[in-house]
Design a protein around this ligand. Sequence first.
Ligand code: SAM
Length: 254
Amino acid sequence: MAGYSEQKLLAVNGGDGDYSYSRNSLYQRQAINVVKDKINEGIMEKFDVQKLSSSSNTIRIADMGCATGPNTFMAMQNLVDVLKQKYKSQLSPTDDNPQCMEPEFQVFFNDCASNDFNTLFTSLPHEKPYFAAGVPGSFHGQLFPESSLHLAYSSIALHWLSEVPKELADPSSKAWNRGRVHYTSAPSEVVEAYRAQFTEDLGRFLDARAKELVSGGMVVVIMPGIPEGMPHHRLPAGIMADLMASSFLDMVKD
Ligand SMILES: C[S@@+](CC[C@H](N)C(=O)[O-])C[C@H]1O[C@@H](n2cnc3c(N)ncnc32)[C@H](O)[C@@H]1O
């Protein structure tokens, strides 16, 4: 099977304690809510539920970078709700489905193998409108058989790079990122090294999804962006990265 090394990937904090991802992911949940209407619009306009479910009466969805929940449960519930709504709006008997049977839904929860899947599985909603399965592995490689998925979804996960660009830790490189943990407030060579890594990673992600998706399938990606022309150090995430770098430096000095 086509694989992609994920040895260097760090997972979010597992469990449901004070410092767990599941209790510290309100920002990510808000991002899902902000774009919900846009996603619904796109599905209502472009996703042909009746056609895509005609061969097996099943719609297969994957959440790539799902973490430990609960945001993913809300996102998957939203997707299934709107897909059902779309199906009802298309309702007409076909040769394959003369009774207009509503399709069944299968959701694959994907994250790196070190993700706390136990917390995810034990907190799955009791009344969920889909069959659930976990899929460990990097979304930078192929995770599913060819033409097997109908909808690939990823929220606030694609900006995680597969690895730290090597130049950043190389003192002989112009992109040596000494004293920083990010490209905020860094020379252009550092920004370029991050950009090159992201371009490569995004290409791998899209190549893999192109193989896995059926014709007419859909990719939904939610990720942070930067307004054109806005300096990185003026963004909240940039300010946070600068503060973290200065705290780390203080800790090293102590
Ligand atoms: C900030 S969390 C977002 C989780 C969830 N989508 C949400 O909205 O709450 C990013 C997740 O992406 C996962 N991730 C990062 N890189 C990944 C990769 N290459 N393959 C699979 N999962 C990855 C991380 O392990 C983490 O759980």
